[in-house]
Ligand binder design. Structure first.
Ligand SMILES: [Zn+2]
Length: 160
């Protein structure tokens, strides 16, 4: 086989290789853009979910509410244990009646499942908390407000 034929074949192989990679990268770019678009639709849909104040029945979209986080302080023990806050329940304050609406587990949920993704509240916190207008920590003033308990149910779960 003359040398120039070999070189031509080699050049053609490289050209095919680069063409294949470039085509795949273009397709991946387009799929990534589509994925971003779909994720933003999901995000918007979650932000538009409504929560109802259990005291006065006012409805709010999640994206209009402020998620308030409470903490439980784990006291120090031994040489290295504890001494840090652990996130506990969350709630929103109804702007109409000033009631704290606490997000709680469903009572029927067996205790062993409370911290798993089977728990609608765990999923709610994972997927909806970031869609609230803002997230702040509880203040002493909040403790003076009356509260009601909202059980987060399976209606917030979407299989993924
Ligand atoms: Zn209310």
């Amino acid at each position: 086989m003359p040398l120039d034929v070999f070189e031509n074949r080699s050049i053609i192989k490289y050209a095919i290789f680069f063409q294949t990679i470039n085509k795949c990268n273009e397709k991946l770019d387009s799929l990534n853009k589509e994925k971003e678009k779909l994720n933003s639709i999901i995000k918007k849909a979650r932000g538009n979910r409504e929560l109802t104040c259990l005291h006065c029945n006012s409805n709010y979209k999640i994206k209009e509410l402020i998620y308030i986080q409470t903490y439980w302080f784990k006291p120090p023990s031994g040489c290295t244990e504890g001494g840090y806050p652990i996130a506990q329940e969350g709630y929103f304050i109804c702007s109409n009646c000033n009631t704290r609406n606490r997000f709680l587990d469903s009572y029927e949920l067996p205790y062993d499942y409370r911290k798993t993704m089977i728990n609608p509240l765990v999923r709610f916190n994972r997927y909806y908390k970031c869609e609230f207008k803002d997230r702040i920590d509880k203040t002493k003033e909040h403790e003076k407000l009356r509260f009601v308990n909202i059980t987060i149910g399976k209606d917030f779960i979407v299989e993924e």
